[in-house]
Design a protein around this ligand. Structure first.
Ligand SMILES: Nc1ncnc2c1ncn2[C@@H]1O[C@H](COP(=O)(O)OP(=O)(O)OP(=O)(O)O)[C@@H](O)[C@H]1O
Ligand SMILES: [Mg+2]
Length: 285
């Protein structure tokens, strides 16, 4: 791995975890897909990193570099070809109850109300109606949907549907939230607003978050660290530690430091995106 783009020191450890055992650890993770026509695609070559408990880490990289692939590996939906992923020192061998995913596309169950969408995971887990509706009600309030409990998804805006998706992921109280471009389908203003809301929720719950995005400003604004991936087959080319004060707000984006950090990320991302485009051109007939 190349040196970090940031001059900031290594990742701080969380209190009480001096040996860095807690959290998600990727060690030389490599992923190869076998395609239907007998070929293979090396998506990720060697990804290593540690997401300490309660940290907010964004993954950014050229399209097709393996961001969703890595989330699937951490979420236990895909086995790596090489290397390991551990959570609190235990190897990930399949989906876990302490991990939840949020996707870009609308994942609401359109025939169910907001409350019953959010309660769905608890229903599957066999939690009784009263208990699951109480828990779902709390989470609906946390994501700012009070008053919409009995609406159906078709009556909600795109941003509200993503709030439902986040609530669905939070209801079982996972420790690790894996978010794959959760605001990618939203307009810029809604997206910025949702980012602020996500930070508010994160501040209250302090989950570990792995957040995939294509938006450099979003990544820097939200995160403790931004990990930049190389063109495929990927590795982490840079890890930029975001030392902006929290809580963050409208003033954050106009600060000099914010500008410096986004420039640092862009410098690395630009090079990798050019490489990815060149590789794509070579494949074109
Ligand atoms: N099921 C699959 N079979 C074969 N190849 C796959 C499969 N899923 C992904 N790939 C390939 O693996 C690489 C990484 O894909 P992935 O979806 O993880 O990229 P990404 O970084 O999330 O891209 P994007 O930014 O466009 O969402 C791509 O080249 C993709 O074509
Ligand atoms: Mg993706």
């Amino acid at each position: 791995m190349l040196p970090t783009a940031s001059s900031a020191p290594g990742q701080p450890e969380t209190a009480g975890d001096r040996d860095g055992r807690l959290g998600v650890r990727l060690a030389d993770v490599g992923v190869v897909y076998d395609t239907k026509d007998g070929d293979s695609v090396e998506a990720v070559r060697s990804a290593s990193g540690h997401i300490a408990d309660g940290r907010f880490v964004s993954l950014i990289g050229p399209s097709g570099c393996g961001k969703s692939t890595l989330l699937d590996v951490v979420g236990g939906l895909l086995a790596p070809r090489s290397g390991t992923v551990t959570i609190d020192g235990e190897p990930v061998t399949g989906p876990r109850r302490d991990t939840a995913m949020v996707f870009q596309e609308d994942s609401t169950l359109h025939w169910r109300t907001v409350l019953s969408n959010v309660a769905f995971g608890l229903e599957i887990a066999g939690v009784g109606r009263k208990q699951r509706e109480a828990a779902a009600g709390d989470i609906v309030a946390l994501v700012g949907l009070t008053g919409f409990e009995h609406r159906h998804p078709r009556e909600l805006s795109g941003g509200m549907k993503q709030r439902v998706a986040i609530a669905r992921a939070l209801v079982a109280d996972p420790r690790i939230l894996l978010m794959d471009e959760p605001f990618g389908a939203l307009d810029q203003q809604t997206r910025m607003f949702m980012g602020r809301e996500l930070l508010r929720v994160w501040d209250e719950t302090r989950k570990s978050v792995v957040f995939v995005t294509h938006d450099i400003q979003e990544a820097v604004y939200l995160s403790d660290e931004v990990w930049v991936m190389s063109a495929r087959p990927s590795e982490f080319t840079a890890k930029v530690v975001v030392d902006l004060d929290r809580p963050r707000g409208p003033g954050t984006m106009s600060s000099r430091r914010f500008h410096d950090l986004t420039s640092q990320v862009w410098e690395v991302l630009r090079v990798e995106s050019e490489k990815a485009l060149d590789a794509q051109r070579e494949l074109e007939p």
